[in-house]
Design a protein around this ligand. Structure first.
Ligand SMILES: C[S@@+](CC[C@H](N)C(=O)[O-])C[C@H]1O[C@@H](n2cnc3c(N)ncnc32)[C@H](O)[C@@H]1O
Length: 263
């Protein structure tokens, strides 16, 4: 059953029309500022599950006169197509970013980094302990000793279904041609205790058939996650509830976990 979930592909990351809406449906928010601060003090950054590449592209613009190494990895070609503009449209700041289509559990980026990020709650998409162990082993294989791995999760201790309680009204976004799209998230428990199935329904103003994307996320027990991180040599330096890396705040929507690789 779990293997089946693990193989299911999320239409929001695959269908180019939905990918085109991704950044509007998932606006950057203050979380990105926290990662940008970490990136500013790093020399080489690997972003796993980079999606539309927003974080690295923002960082590249900020570091316009610098020579940092940025590599973004994602397994979906549509997401990477959104990340990588056409050759004639790419700004020179962004031209140095390497985009690599691959699975974060097995990718070989061919070098080590002093910062690895996994943003946008992508960690929840690792559905089994085996997936997490593979991903973390690959993280440390790519980290310099003393390098940092930072990722975020839905808010600590939250009831998973409450994390995505349907908003009172849909999120309204628009396609590049101006067509309105109403987007509604919903979540349901599965028969596996810590797996939740999410659906996102996109209703286009000019079409009577909505598009529904389905995905599964794991809400791992916090102590178990700590143990998995420590098993591979990732020391937890901070588990923050706010983007400015202050501690847990009841109003925060997510946790940011910053770890250091102790070789
Ligand atoms: C929730 S999105 C986050 C995108 C981006 N990091 C952000 O913050 O907007 C998750 C991304 O991770 C990618 N992804 C999920 N599992 C992956 C895997 N095993 N290897 C590589 N990419 C993966 C998906 O294709 C998707 O683009």
């Amino acid at each position: 059953m779990i293997e089946l979930y693990a193989q299911e592909r999320n239409r929001s990351y695959v269908d180019p029309v939905l990918v085109g809406l991704y950044d509007a449906v998932n606006p950057p928010g203050p979380r990105e500022d926290c990662y940008l601060e970490l990136i500013m003090s790093a020399r080489a950054v690997l972003d796993l599950g980079c999606g539309t590449g927003r974080l690295l592209k923002r960082a590249a613009k900020l570091n316009a006169y610098d020579s940092r190494v940025f590599v973004g990895v994602d397994r979906e070609s549509s997401m990477l197509a959104a990340a990588k503009p056409a050759d004639d449209a790419v700004s020179w700041e962004e031209s140095g970013i390497v985009w690599q289509r691959d699975d974060m559990r097995t990718v070989d980026a061919g070098r080590r980094f002093d910062l690895i990020t996994m943003t946008g709650r992508t960690f929840h998409e690792l559905l089994t302990d085996a997936d997490i162990r593979m991903a973390l082993s690959n993280v440390i294989r790519h980290l310099d000793p003393g390098g940092r791995f930072a990722f975020d999760l839905f808010r600590r201790g939250d009831e998973p279904l409450a994390c995505v309680a349907p908003s009172p009204s849909p999120i309204r976004v628009a396609t590049p041609s101006g067509e309105c799209v109403d987007v509604v998230h919903a979540a349901e428990r599965t028969t596996e205790p810590d797996l939740v199935e999410f659906t996102t329904t996109y209703t286009f103003a000019e079409s009577s058939t909505p598009i529904v994307s389905r995905s599964t996320r794991r809400f791992i027990d916090t102590d178990h996650l700590r143990a998995l991180l420590e098993d591979v040599g990732l020391r937890i330096d901070g588990w923050f509830g706010m983007w400015d890396r202050t501690d847990f705040a009841p109003s925060g929507a997510e946790d940011i976990v910053v770890t250091t690789y102790i070789h």
